[in-house]
Design a protein around this ligand. Structure first.
Ligand code: PRE
Length: 119
């Protein structure tokens, strides 16, 4: 549905929107914005993942892969950054927790392959 297919997008009263057409137009517009942001976010995550892959080549054991102190530091830092940017810190922390969990699994697979041991 296009922004102007229903209602009168852009006409709004001081009390809020002027009907379902307006709301749908706004939803479509913000979903397009979200799609654009996702493209940038995934591009940055791909770059971050590539950096982690390079770093992995210098790790020789599972303890180094897991690096719990570093994980704690990264999570604390993204919480701080989230607060600074006005987003709920929990969303940043939990997103990064999931990301790091996956990157740790990826690193363990690469380490095992390098050593020739079963994953
Ligand atoms: O800093 C590291 O040693 C990483 O492997 C990167 C990273 C991360 O994604 O930030 C991933 C896994 C953990 O070991 C710690 C941090």
């Amino acid at each position: 549905m296009t922004e102007r297919s229903e209602g009168t997008p852009g006409r709004h009263s001081v009390t809020g929107n002027v009907g379902p057409g307006y709301a749908q137009g706004e939803i479509d517009r913000m979903r397009n914005r979200i799609d654009e942001l996702d493209e940038q976010i995934v591009a940055l995550l791909a770059e971050r993942t590539a950096a982690v892959r390079i770093l992995t080549e210098h790790k020789t054991d599972e303890a180094a892969v897991r690096s719990p102190d570093r994980v704690r530091a990264v999570l604390a830092r993204v919480e701080m950054l989230a607060e600074r940017h006005g987003m709920p810190p929990r969303i940043a922390r939990e997103t990064y927790r999931a990301l790091i969990e996956e990157l740790t699994a990826m690193q363990l697979v690469r380490l095992a392959r390098r050593r020739g041991t079963p994953v």
